[in-house]
Design a protein around this ligand. Structure first.
Ligand code: PHE
Length: 352
């Protein structure tokens, strides 16, 4: 039998390589296939080495054909590698139990804390009436928290504020007593000390009291203080300002009511109630059947306080008020326990 021509050998190798590649089942199989046919010592490469022994015309024909086969095999190799990769990918998806048709996880979107929201609402109500917003220290001197507010030591009114003392100085020393402020009212004195009238400020901030917490009491909570001092400020100004505030937070139909109350730093002192937004004053569970809900304390700045910061009480008058934003939020949003504001339970926080 005559030796098969190079062309025939080429054809034969191409067919054989083709069928072998079909049955290559792994990346390793494919690699040994590549070495066997296309590698340096591979069958196709070896065959091409014999080209030089051919007459020049045959050389061109066989050369062309050999290159065509080589290119074809390389393309098939690529295709096979790709197919194997994809098969492996979908297999690992299945085996890994990943269901790519499931909807994606929802994105966690942050939101404002209920306290932040109500604080912003309250502050906006006052800034729209020309008040500025100011903040002060949570750790405070006894002087500003009490004495400057017409509450000298030994005054029984100090019992109204159960105090967390930070530092209790030796009475014989010059040092001062330090505490966690029990209300934002110390800022009244600080603002007046550092400014000349006219003054119109609201002061949001954290306060602390030494007491057990329950559904309506926390040992730390927010307050918003308000202060307006100028010539000719009267109780009517206090009334008008707080009336606008109440309507803005609780609705245009709200009525307000003032009753006498006692705070050493105001005279007269009052507490302000709104008519119950739930029953419109008829009496229900929320207003404890009274038709009214108390929302803040207020009054005309006491002459002693004005004098203490160097203002002439004959020239200047002013009003002040203080409220608990958590209490406002509880009323407005129907929240039944003040402790929710501080337990960081997402089920509560997500409702806002
Ligand atoms: N600081 C008072 C309190 O904590 C509230 C208040 C502020 C009352 C201003 C009158 C005027 O109870």
């Amino acid at each position: 039998m005559p030796k098969p021509s190079l062309l025939e050998q080429l054809n034969y190798i191409a067919k054989e390589a083709d069928s072998q590649l079909e049955s290559a089942a792994s990346e390793a199989d494919i690699e040994s296939w590549r070495v066997a046919y296309l590698g340096r010592q591979g069958r196709l490469t070896m065959l091409l080495r014999n080209l030089s022994s051919l007459p020049i015309d045959d050389r061109r024909v066989v050369g062309l054909e050999a290159n065509r086969v080589k290119k074809l095999l390389e393309e098939k190799l690529n295709g096979r590698q790709q197919a194997l990769k994809e098969a492996g990918y979908s297999r690992s998806l299945l085996e890994g139990g990943i269901d790519i048709t499931l909807p994606g996880r929802p994105m966690a979107i942050g939101r404002l804390h209920p306290t932040t929201r109500i604080l912003r609402e309250i502050l906006e109500a006052f800034t729209s009436m020309g008040f500025s917003v100011l903040e002060g220290p949570e750790v405070e001197w006894e002087h500003y928290n009490f004495d400057a507010l017409n509450i000298p030591s030994e005054h029984p009114a100090r019992d109204m504020w159960d105090t967390l003392w930070v530092d209790w100085a030796d009475p014989s020393s010059q040092e001062r007593n330090m505490l966690m402020r029990t209300h934002t009212s110390p800022m009244q004195a600080r603002v007046m000390e550092n400014n000349e009238p006219p003054i119109r400020v609201v002061v949001p901030g954290k306060c602390y009291r030494y007491e057990a917490s329950d559904a309506t009491h926390e040992w730390h909570f927010y307050q918003v203080e308000g202060l307006a001092v100028d010539t000719g400020i009267t109780f009517a100004d206090l009334k008008g300002t707080l009336y606008q505030f109440a309507k803005r937070i609780f609705g245009q139909d709200r009525q307000i009511r003032f009753r006498c109350d006692y705070f050493p730093f105001v005279e007269p002192g009052v507490d302000m109630s709104i008519d119950c937004f739930s029953c419109n004053g008829k009496g229900c569970r929320i207003c404890k059947e009274s038709g009214w809900i108390e929302i803040l304390g207020a009054g005309m700045v006491h002459p002693n306080v004005l004098q203490g910061v160097g203002y002439d009480p004959k020239k200047y008058t002013g009003f002040a008020f203080g409220m608990g934003p958590e209490r406002i939020a509880m009323l407005k949003y129907g929240i039944d326990d003040i402790r929710h504001f501080y337990t960081n339970d997402l089920r509560f926080l997500n409702q806002v």
